[in-house]
Design a protein around this ligand. Structure first.
Ligand SMILES: C[S@@+](CC[C@H](N)C(=O)[O-])C[C@H]1O[C@@H](n2cnc3c(N)ncnc32)[C@H](O)[C@@H]1O
Length: 453
C-alpha cells in the first residue's frame, strides 16, 4: 500500500465516502475491474476499515493515519494521550523518547506539543505506520529498533546499558540521525513507555498480566527511572498495587465509565503530594476530574461500615478508576460524609447515603427494594412486577449478568403482550435495574433506579 499508487488510492477512497462493511465486496470488485492488483485492493480496504474503526479514538485525525490491527487496538486514545503529553510539557521536558511507540498515538500527542520526539519501535510494519502518522511533525523521528538496544547506544551513555544517570539531560538537541542502536543520537530528556502486554504465538495473541512479562518489562522502566530522568509508563489498569514501585505517582484513567489504563509517573513527572489518583474523562464541560491522595496504598480514611442495615436511601457505584486507585473511602470522606456516606462491606466498593448528591466520581441510584439474592425469588419478583427489561449490575458475587438475566426473564412476554401489569402496577414495559452484591456472608439483590444527574 505504501507505493504511490496504493497511497493515492487509499486517500482518494478515504476522501470520497465513508467505508461501509456492507459495501466492501462491491468496492473490491469495482477497484479490481479498474485494474488495481487484488493484494493492493485488499490492503487499501483494510486500511479504510481501520480508519473507520479508529475514529472513536482519534476523531477526524483517523482519516489521515495508517494502522495495523494490533497497533490500533493498543493505541492510546487521543484525549488521554494529550493529557499525558501535557504532563511532560508542564514539567518543562523538551525532548522525549517513546520507547515502543506502536503506530505512534502517544508520540503524536507529544510532538503536537512541540516536544522533540524520538519514537522507537522494533516491529518494522508498525514502525512504518508510525512514520506516516508522525509525518506532519518535523520534530518527530521514528527509529526501527529494539528500545533497550537503542538506549544502550545513545551518545553520552557508558556504552553498556545506556541507563547511567550522568548521561541524562541533553534537551533541545537534534534527536534525528540516530541509528538503530542509538549511536549518534543525543540522549532525550524524558521517556515515555507503553509496553506491549500481549504475547503472540502460533495460536494467536494473549494478554499477559505479570509486569515482568511486558515488553519492555517494568524492571527496565524502573532502572530508567533510577537515573533520575522524567519517566512515564502506561500499564494495564489491573496492575496490582503491590507492583507499584515506591516513590512514583500511580494514576488510573477512565473514559466514559470504562477503565483504560494505569500510568506510573517518576521523578519530575510525579506531582508532589500525589501517590495515587483517579483521572475521570467523562466528557464534562469542565474537562477531566481528578481525585487523588498523598497516602500510600491501603492507607485510607476511616469511614463507617454499616452492613445490611445501611442499605437504604441511595446506593453509589464509584467510577472504576476510583475503585482501582483504592480511593473509595477517600471519596466517601471528601464528598459524601455530610450525606451519611457509609460502606456496606469493607471489601465491596458500593456505598450508601441518606441524600442524593451529584458527583463526577460515582453514579447514584435510589434504593427501591432489598431482597435475598435467590434465583427462584427473583424470578417471582420479575413476574410479579411485569419486568420486561432488566439491567443487572454486580460486585462481589460470582454471576454472569447476561446468563442470570436470561434465567430470570425467560417466559416474560414483551411489553403489553400478556396484558398483565403485575401487582406493582408498574405496567407494561417495566424497565428494572438490579444490583447484586455481598454484604459479609449475605448475598442481596437490590432494585434501584438511577438518580437523574
Ligand atoms: C502497546 S504498544 C504502544 C502503543 C502506543 N503507545 C500508541 O499509543 O500507539 C507497544 C509497542 O511496543 C513495541 N515493543 C515491544 N517491545 C519493544 C522493544 N523492546 N523495543 C521496541 N519496541 C518494542 C511493540 O511492537 C508495540 O508496537
Amino acid at each position: 500500500m505504501l507505493t504511490p499508487e496504493g497511497w493515492a488510492l487509499l486517500n482518494s477512497l478515504s476522501a470520497s465516502e465513508p467505508y461501509r462493511e456492507s459495501e466492501a465486496l462491491a468496492w473490491s470488485t469495482r477497484l479490481r475491474a479498474e485494474g488495481h492488483a487484488p493484494e493492493l485492493v485488499s490492503a487499501v480496504l483494510t486500511q479504510l476499515k481501520f480508519r473507520t474503526q479508529a475514529t472513536g479514538k482519534f476523531g477526524p485525525f483517523a482519516g489521515h493515519m495508517v494502522f495495523t490491527r494490533a497497533g490500533l487496538e493498543q493505541a492510546t486514545r487521543m484525549s488521554v494521550a494529550a493529557l499525558h503529553a501535557g504532563r511532560f510539557a508542564a514539567a518543562g521536558v523538551q525532548s522525549v523518547a517513546d520507547l515502543g511507540c506502536g503506530i505512534g498515538a502517544d508520540a503524536m500527542a507529544l510532538a503536537a506539543l512541540d516536544l522533540d520526539v524520538t519514537a522507537v519501535e522494533r516491529d518494522e510494519t508498525v514502525a512504518a505506520a508510525a512514520t506516516i502518522n508522525l509525518m506532519p511533525f518535523p520534530n518527530a523521528t521514528v527509529v526501527c529498533a529494539d528500545a533497550e538496544e537503542w538506549l544502550g547506544g545513545l551518545d553520552g551513555s557508558d556504552g553498556s546499558d545506556g541507563l547511567d544517570a550522568e548521561s541524562a539531560g541533553t534537551a533541545g538537541e537534534d534527536a534525528g540521525g540516530g541509528g538503530a542502536d542509538g549511536a549518534g543520537t543525543p540522549r532525550p530528556e524524558g521517556f515515555w513507555l507503553d509496553p506491549a502486554r500481549r504475547v503472540v504465538s502460533s495460536s494467536g495473541s494473549s494478554r499477559v498480566f505479570d509486569p515482568e512479562a511486558f515488553s519492555p518489562p517494568l524492571s527496565f522502566v524502573e532502572q530508567l527511572a533510577e537515573t533520575g530522568a522524567p519517566v512515564g509508563v502506561k500499564l494495564g489498569p489491573a496492575l496490582p498495587h503491590g507492583s507499584v514501585p515506591a516513590g512514583c505517582e500511580a494514576q488510573w484513567v477512565s473514559v466514559d465509565g470504562s477503565l483504560t489504563e494505569a500510568v506510573l509517573w517518576f521523578n519530575a513527572l510525579a506531582r508532589p503530594g500525589v501517590r495515587r489518583s483517579a483521572l475521570v474523562l467523562d466528557g464534562g464541560d469542565e474537562g477531566p476530574a481528578e481525585l487523588s491522595s498523598a497516602a500510600d496504598f491501603g492507607d485510607s480514611p476511616a469511614v463507617p461500615v454499616a452492613g445490611t442495615e445501611g442499605l437504604t436511601g441511595f446506593l453509589y457505584e464509584p467510577d472504576p478508576a476510583v475503585i482501582r486507585a483504592g480511593l473509595v473511602a477517600d471519596l466517601i470522606d471528601r464528598e459524601f460524609s455530610g450525606a451519611g456516606g457509609r460502606l456496606l462491606d469493607e471489601h465491596i466498593a458500593y456505598f450508601c447515603t441518606d441524600e442524593a448528591l451529584d458527583s463526577r466520581f460515582a453514579t447514584g441510584y435510589r434504593v427501591l427494594d432489598v431482597m435475598p439474592y435467590k434465583v427462584k425469588g427473583l424470578r417471582h419478583w420479575v413476574r410479579e412486577n411485569g419486568v420486561t427489561r432488566l439491567d443487572i449490575k454486580k460486585r462481589g458475587v460470582d454471576v454472569t449478568p447476561e446468563e442470570l438475566r436470561r434465567l430470570l426473564m425467560s417466559g416474560q412476554g414483551k411489553a403489553g403482550k400478556s396484558g398483565k401489569s403485575g401487582k406493582s402496577g408498574k405496567g407494561a414495559g417495566h424497565h428494572a435495574t438490579l444490583v447484586l452484591t455481598r454484604i459479609g456472608e449475605e448475598r442481596v439483590a437490590v432494585e434501584v433506579e438511577p438518580v437523574p444527574r
